[in-house]
Write a protein that binds this ligand. Structure first.
Ligand code: GAL
Length: 341
């Protein structure tokens, strides 16, 4: 905790004592769906970070229901700020209008508002990733896997045969991660052959069932890798593979290379234990620090100090959360760090 935030925390604690007038700065957070594994990890980190930095937070879970999020957004008559992970474009639009009407800041995160919306209001911000980078890093993990293993082309057809498991249809992360992965692979001399693909909405169970159906119709011999737009779906693939037990001829661990995105704890353990070939981390800790820090700074007014946010701030009010490539070695370090926390 830095000095500024520890002072804030002390002031906040003092403000909770009976009779004291000073109240902690407060920010309502609106999540699209807290049952989403990555969002859930973020909620936990935001709780810790807000306690550390002295921001009073309230959490609203829209459970993927745009109508419910709309009600939640209008529940508080006089919020000082809105921190919104929109369910749908309609929610981004109404958050922006509401913030404008009340003349308060609005921070969008994880799911960006429609193009051009941030330009309409100088107190509107976006905290998120640059999704194309995740697809490029997944290709990087795939290529280094292939370089390490001469036998990756198990069916000897001269192509890399993959199953592609995608997130929500039209979600910018789904579209950009997938296309960037394909483009990055096309730059190498390896031909990519997509033998099956589906949208599984970031969901572990849907991915497991899709992979089960794929394997029962096509068999496993042509599946040389599984690329997933996130870790929850990669873990769904592992669930199904685990039911079958180790696969003969698939190396010492009997596993197919499965690559995800997010770096949630269970996936880090799977990468460390070589059940997954890698993931691309978007750290909930970095997200939380940036979101809570930005909310506090906006509530205080004045210039934004990006050094306190731990993320890069661009002129168009985009706070970029960095990705990190996680291979086995890095995952082992991260699992160790997590166990010390
Ligand atoms: C992505 C993340 C997914 C899911 C999605 C929700 O960035 O990789 O796991 O949480 O956001 O918008």
């Amino acid at each position: 905790m830095n000095i500024k935030s520890s002072c804030r925390a002390a002031l906040w604690a003092a403000s909770l004592a009976p009779g004291m007038a000073l109240a902690a700065p407060a920010a309502p957070f609106f999540f699209y769906d807290q049952s989403d594994d990555f969002i859930n990890a973020m909620v936990a980190r935001i709780s810790d970070e807000s306690a550390d930095q002295g921001l009073h937070v309230t959490f609203n879970d829209a459970r993927s229901d745009a109508g419910l999020q709309s009600d939640e957004l209008h529940r508080d008559q006089s919020p000082s700020i809105l921190v919104v992970n929109p369910v749908a474009a309609s929610n981004s639009e109404e958050s922006l209008l509401l913030a404008k009407e009340l003349s308060i800041p609005v921070i969008f995160f994880n799911r960006p508002p429609e193009e051009g919306m941030l330009d309409q209001y100088d107190k509107a911000w976006y905290v998120g990733v640059e999704p194309r980078k995740a697809g490029i890093y997944q290709a990087h993990l795939m290529i280094s896997y292939m370089q390490d293993r001469d036998g990756w082309d198990r069916n000897k057809n001269g192509m890399l045969d993959i199953v592609l498991i995608k997130g929500e249809h039209s979600h910018v992360d789904t579209v950009s991660r997938t296309s960037a992965f394909k483009q990055a692979m096309a730059l190498t001399n390896n031909e990519l052959n997509i033998i099956a693909e589906a949208y599984c909405d970031w969901d572990r169970d849907k991915a497991r069932e899709f992979f089960r159906t794929t394997v029962s119709s096509l068999g496993l011999k042509d599946v040389e890798a599984v690329i997933c737009n996130n870790d929850a779906m990669a873990l769904g693939v592992l669930d199904m593979l685990k039911e079958r037990g180790p696969l003969p001829g698939y190396g010492s661990n009997g596993y197919i290379p499965v690559i995800g995105v997010d770096g949630i704890d269970e996936a880090l353990e799977a990468v460390a234990g070589q059940r997954m070939a890698g993931t691309v981390m978007q750290s909930p800790r970095i997200y939380a620090r940036a979101l809570v820090g930005l909310a506090l700074q906006l509530l205080e007014g004045g210039e934004i100090d990006d050094s306190a946010l731990g993320a890069v701030v661009s002129d168009d009010r985009f706070v970029e959360i960095p990705y990190e490539v996680v291979d086995r070695q890095r995952a082992q370090e991260m699992v160790k760090e997590n166990s010390r926390r």
